[in-house]
Design a protein around this ligand. Sequence first.
Ligand code: IPE
Ligand code: IPE
Ligand code: MG
Length: 245
Amino acid sequence: MSAGTAVPKVPVHIAIIMDGNGRWAKRRALPRTLGHREGAETLKRITRYCKDIGVQYLTVYAFSTENWRRSRDEVTGIIQLLRYYIGTFDTDPERGSIRFRFVGNLEALDAGLRADFAAITEKTRGNRDAITLTIAFNYGGRDEILRAAKKAAELAARGELDPGALDETVFSGMLDMGGIPDPDLLIRSGSERRISNFLLWELAYAELWFTDVLWPDFKGGDIDLAIADYQKRQRRFGAVVEEGE
Ligand code: IPE
Ligand code: IPE
Ligand code: MG
């Protein structure tokens, strides 16, 4: 797409900060983990919805590098839920329609969890006509950039990379999100108007959309609202665009 053209009907890549699970549970006097369970159901629904309307890539923030600051019960609950949902995927009617990917500092995770991530990635790799669902887990935008920088420095130290040849394209390829087009639209549920260390490099020119709806209450109709607003935007990528162009 050239600078200044009207945006296509449906964004190619949507990124979502799935926020508000804890508040959803609190309002119902339920444990926070039940909010996360509802949030996982929402993710399944929204993935199917995005696939049906023709979104090619969906990237969701499931657990940040800062979320370890929560109670051990909550962290364990989130990890157990994710493993449960991955485990049910084989019998899931959606199993052929999603290609899974995981990004974040995965090396720091428990071996069992990493094995689950690797298995489902492998199993769904060949799914044709599928939506690519990237789950960001133990993910931080700064951490992603730092790990890529370390990779580049190591290659340079071994004489396998000419520092002068390191440009945005080469560096992007070293990031976890390398090979995937940058998000066109970022959605954040749950009222906050911040990025919270998500996709710092990749969101450079994304259109931003915030909603007060808490993630467990988020519906396909909220995706429609975000896309309708996105379609009114004019993406300029830094260029000057004359009226009527
Ligand atoms: C988002 O919901 C999920 C994670 C961060 C894992 P929260 O758990 O942050 O929900 P709130 O913000 O406390 O409502
Ligand atoms: C961002 O939400 C992380 C995820 C949704 C996984 P947080 O709830 O952790 O963000 P802050 O702390 O409100 O910025
Ligand atoms: Mg939150």
